[in-house]
Design a protein around this ligand. Structure first.
Ligand code: COA
Ligand code: AMP
Length: 634
């Protein structure tokens, strides 16, 4: 079987047209494509130009037509509300077709954007698929972001309409969404014509007359509408992700390439067959939620699980095993941080043994590098293969993995295994030279990227080119650093930019610095991602106060923490900061964030030759020590 992988991998690079056209025959097209890989406008490659399809048709109608109508499409499992509700393919289709009718009746047309700011409830899935059905471009915003972040996304996407709900439920906390939505619309320049709000029983949102419409009332009289045929290259969605500044990047996903790649990945990477139950324990607001809670399992005719709960505390560290056992999950996907949370509360796996997990075959982890300890623990406790795989919002599906469906199973803890077919992964030095095995450099993907990856940024071709394609001509820069070993295994070790991964959530320290700098008492600051034994990394703020500020440090730090929470959101997990006298810099004035991070993490470091004043490093070491850094990480 490993040979199957090798043969397919080589063919995917040497004959991409042949490889992907065969794969594309597995999905439904209203009209076949004219060109598999369209390279007429390099570096803006497009896949399946001339092809006409519809992602919602492939996710729902096709399965109903092929006698899967009575099969469960979606299981909504919500320990926080005590609900388990199953939608068959027929029921999901009915809801989606009618909500698509609601959108159309409210003026949404093909190409219009619809922002979706919703929690983990079935209506979120229905809203997304309804957009896909009529060719509207959805842009889902994660619930843990604050109003300002939502406003930034509204201004970039300029939606005709916003769909929201009265609240989200985070463990034991009920979080009203509507006040955040109202504040975001107030702050945004691009006001939507209307909003549609799903009222949950826990909170009744106040509605603004003339703008806000009630989901339940609209659905009572809703008329179903058919799928709109769309060009393969038409956008399906925009998903904003952290960039190196406070302005998020609008990653665009097309219809055709995404459909083809994701369906292929279900069988070949995850080893899943139609009719099986697949569960991605993530949030629909992240790319994992888009790709593997919604689109890929439904393209494949699987049953997908939408879980509104946490790995621990809803009600205990057996929550995941209860879901796997109750719904007969075959393959699960989550982030290592979830396993660290479970391991912390149930180190001996006693909750695991309470449940019948005989259907469970494979565990996939992503979102951050899986530390070998967590991987070993999960493997020993669950007795199934545990596969760390690596990808990004931009790619939409895995770049490196052990392709379970192709028989790859040898795991090297700490590595995300081999490049997935379609991805020509190389490690480059700063002069664009491909490095030999074992040498660390920037990980890049030789163009063209395979189907499913971003063709561009929303209305920003230039930004796409500058962010990803310029530094290493001919390659896509992943902004991850690492190496490839002699067995062709990939080791993704760190980011090359200021992005950090907090509990599997991607955040920009640059964006946090922008918020902190706006405080009237702050002269300058640096935010570092420091190691954390639960969340992988957490942000640590170092603040220099303006001369003459005599207020209490703790008071200022409290205000800064609140500012990040209000401006970026609770998801930033910004809870630790310290006031320092000076920040270490190079002689040209660049803050030595990398060196400070090493000090906070207790790693060896070399005093940079270009440092302005080495004494500052000693001061910082003392400041961090007072804060309790470096911490014991085991
Ligand atoms: N809406 C509103 N607030 C949210 C939210 C949402 N959808 N998601 C998270 N938040 C809030 C949390 O309530 C928390 O707020 P607090 O500071 O008031 O406690 C804050 O954002 C930080 O959330 P998180 O980083 O998730 O920490 P946590 O302590 O609540 O939970 C884990 C820690 C490990 C249990 C949790 O992160 C988890 O389950 N991760 C699973 C991995 C995952 O989903 N990764 C996504 C990519 S695969
Ligand atoms: P996101 O766009 O939120 O999915 O975050 C993508 C980033 O998370 C990557 O660029 C990596 O830095 C990191 N990442 C995701 N999965 C892994 C993994 N398996 N190993 C190492 N890093 C990972």
């Amino acid at each position: 079987m490993a040979n199957t992988y090798q043969t397919l991998y080589e063919r995917s690079l040497s004959d991409p047209d042949g490889f992907w056209s065969e794969v594309a025959d597995d999905v439904h097209w209203f009209k076949r494509w004219d060109k598999v890989l369209d390279d007429t406008n390099i570096p803006y490659y497009r896949w399946f130009t001339g092809g006409v399809t519809n992602s919602c048709y492939n996710a729902l109608d096709l399965h109903v037509d092929r006698c899967r109508g009575e099969q469960a499409a979606l299981i909504y499992d919500s320990p926080v509300t005590g609900t388990v509700k199953t939608f068959t393919y027929l029921e999901l289709l009915d809801n989606v077709a009618r909500f698509a009718g609601v959108l159309q009746a409210n003026g949404v047309e093909k190409g219009d954007r619809v922002v979706i700011y919703m929690p983990m409830i079935p209506e979120t899935v229905i809203a997304m698929l309804a957009c896909a059905r009529i060719g509207a471009v959805h842009s889902v915003v994660f619930g843990g972001f604050a109003a300002r972040e939502l406003a930034t996304r509204i201004d970039d996407a300029r939606p005709k309409l916003i769909v929201s709900a009265s609240c989200g439920i985070e463990g034991k906390k009920v979080i009203p969404y509507k006040p955040l939505l109202d504040a975001a619309i107030e702050q945004a320049t691009a006001k939507p014509d209307k909003t549609i709000v799903f009222q949950r029983p826990q909170v009744n949102a106040a509605m603004t007359a003339g703008r806000d419409l009630d989901w339940q009332a609209l659905m009572k009289d809703a008329q179903p509408v058919p799928c709109t045929p769309l060009a393969a290259t038409d956008p399906l969605y925009i998903l904003y992700t952290s960039g190196t500044t406070g302005v998020p990047k609008g990653v665009v996903r097309d219809n055709g390439g995404h459909l083809v790649a994701l369906k292929w990945s279900m069988k070949n990477i995850y080893g899943v067959n139609p009719g099986e139950v697949f569960w991605a324990a993530s949030d629909v607001g992240w790319v994992v939620g888009h790709s593997y809670i919604i689109y890929a399992p439904l393209f494949m005719g699987c049953t997908t699980v939408l879980y509104e709960g946490k790995p621990v505390g809803t009600p205990d560290p057996g929550a995941f095993w209860r879901v796997i056992s109750q719904h007969k999950v075959s393959v699960m996907f989550t982030a290592p941080t979830a396993f660290r949370a479970i391991k912390r509360e149930d180190p001996n796996g006693e909750f695991i043994r309470k449940y019948d997990l005989q259907h469970f075959r494979t565990l996939f982890l992503a979102g951050e590098r899986c530390d070998p300890n967590t991987l070993h623990w999960a493997r020993e406790q669950l007795n199934v293969p545990v596969i760390d795989h690596w990808w990004q919002t931009e790619t939409g599906w895995a770049i490196g993995a052990n392709c379970a469906g192709l028989g790859l199973s040898e795991v090297k803890p700490g590595s995300c295994a081999r490049p997935v077919p379609g991805y020509n992964v190389q490690v480059l030095d700063e002069n664009n030279n491909e490095l030999p095995a074992g040498q660390i450099g920037t990980i890049a993907i030789k163009l063209p990227l395979p189907p499913g990856c971003l063709p561009t940024l929303w209305q920003n071709d230039e930004g796409f080119r500058n962010s990803y394609l310029t530094e290493f001509p001919g390659y896509y820069n992943t902004s991850d650093a690492g190496f490839i070993d002699d067995d062709n295994y990939l080791w993704v070790m760190s980011r090359t930019d200021d992005i950090i991964n907090v509990a599997g959530h991607r955040l920009s320290t640059g964006a946090m610095e922008e918020v902190l700098s706006a405080h009237p008492d702050v002269a300058e600051c640096a935010v570092l991602g420091v190691a954390d034994k639960l969340k992988g990394e957490i942000p640590l703020g170092t603040i220099v106060l303006k001369a003459g500020v005599e207020r209490n440090d703790a008071e200022i730090i409290g205000e800064l923490i609140q500012m990040v929470r209000n401006k970026i959101g609770p998801v930033a997990s910004f809870k630790i900061a310290t006031v320092v006298k000076r920040l270490p810099k190079t002689r040209s004035g660049k803050i030595l964030r990398g060196t400070m991070k090493k000090i906070a993490d207790g790693m060896d470091y070399k005093v940079p030759a270009t440092i302005d004043d080495p004494v500052i490093l000693e001061e910082i070491t003392a400041d961090f020590k007072q804060l309790g850094y470096p911490r014991q990480q085991s």
